[in-house]
Design a protein around this ligand. Structure first.
Ligand code: DAH
Length: 369
């Protein structure tokens, strides 16, 4: 090997160039690459031989071998690109798609959460609501402070909040730092704040979206979905709240549903209530609307004057109601899914079973589901 000369390398270069040129497909090309530059390839072995050469020989052969290696590698790359182009051209020529054919059986399905959010949007838009949105990454002000959570109130912790860096200060004493603290929103209620700060009453919105709490078991997942509702005007009262939500549940469950309102506490509403629906257990399944048991399905109340003021609205002029509900739980109740965690496991068999056709749109005329 020590009597290799740069001229011999030229022969080798011509030889490899021809083999690269003749490689008919990517596989054959890779065989040539291995034969030349692989661990035991011809060029690699020659380079390893450099160590045994005299310094004079090395000065000549070193650069020559490096040049050869670079040239061969470049030729392989070029041939590879050409072969890939040819393969793409062949595929484009042989695989055609007739865009004018009718749609066959769709491959994907709508996730039940998506379906239920659309059903809700249909029901509420029929009552004159529009859909509002807010960011998943919120700040303390919109998620807590403006919603009348007192600065050092344990509710901030009760929500099992995911705080973003920087870490929350040891004591949340209501400093400016706490107000700017970013969190993953623990509920969709901050969209109320964003809406009231950005538009003038009358307001009638729902806000569907993702929410986050550090919690995981059969009925809790760290990410879940809520729909928030907000109505603001000059003469809105509790009767409007009740009528609106009673109409909503009957439309949603597609049957007459008996409800009751129970006093409750939320910092952002006064008075506050939870709404229960009548239900009964029928073996493993749950029938909503009849029976002797009550199940809580949402929180609601009259918007607290502090919340209106925080948004720049005069509580003596405006009032309204708000509500919030868990979409995933309502989907489970309506469509009989037993475990919340399955909802987000991404198992195609589960989706095939519980998913909805993306071609059938929820509408009040043709039926929601
Ligand atoms: N934000 C509450 C929660 O996540 C739900 C809620 C209750 C929203 C009452 C409201 C409301 O707008 O009025 O638990």
């Amino acid at each position: 090997m020590s009597h290799m000369s740069p001229t011999d390398l030229d022969t080798l270069r011509t030889d490899f160039a021809a083999r690269i040129d003749q490689a008919a497909d990517l596989r054959a090309l890779d065989d040539v690459r291995v034969a030349a530059l692989g661990k035991k390839g011809e060029i690699s072995l020659l380079m390893r031989g450099l160590g045994r050469m005299s310094p004079e020989e090395k000065t000549v052969m070193g650069p020559a071998l490096n040049g050869l290696k670079t040239d061969v590698a470049a030729l392989i790359e070029a041939r590879k690109a050409a072969l890939e182009d040819a393969a793409l051209d062949a595929a484009l020529a042989s695989e055609t798609l007739d865009m004018s054919l009718p749609v066959g059986r769709p491959q994907g399905t709508l996730h039940p959460v998506q379906q239920v959010m659309e059903e809700m949007a249909v029901i509420f838009s029929d009552m004159g609501f529009s859909v509002a949105e807010g960011p998943d990454i919120e700040d303390d002000f919109h998620n807590f402070t403006a919603l009348n959570f007192p600065p050092s109130h344990p509710a901030r912790d009760m929500h099992d909040t995911f705080f973003m860096v920087p870490e929350p200060s040891q004591n949340s004493s209501g400093s400016d730092a706490a107000v700017g603290q970013k969190v993953l929103r623990t509920h969709t209620s901050p969209v109320q704040i964003r809406t009231m700060m950005n538009q003038k009453p009358p307001i009638r919105i729902i806000a569907p979206g993702r929410t986050y709490r550090c919690d995981s078991d059969q009925t809790h997942t760290p990410m879940f979905h809520q729909v928030e509702g907000l109505v603001i005007g000059e003469d809105i009262h509790m009767g409007h709240l009740k009528g609106c939500l009673m109409d909503f549940v009957s439309a949603f469950f597609e049957t007459d549903v008996d409800v009751r309102f129970r006093p409750h506490h939320f910092p952002f509403t006064e008075p506050s209530a939870e709404m229960d629906v009548r239900y009964e257990r029928d073996g493993a399944s749950i029938k909503i609307g009849q029976g002797n048991d009550w199940m809580e399905i949402l929180g609601c109340g009259m918007v607290h004057p502090h919340v209106l003021s925080a948004c720049g609205l005069d509580p003596d002029q405006y009032q309204g109601f708000a509500f919030g509900m868990g979409v995933d739980r309502l989907a489970m109740l309506k469509y009989g899914m037993p475990d919340l965690r399955d909802m987000f496991a991404g198992d195609p068999r589960w989706l095939g079973h519980y998913g909805f056709s993306p071609l059938l749109q929820a509408s009040l005329e043709s039926g929601l589901s």
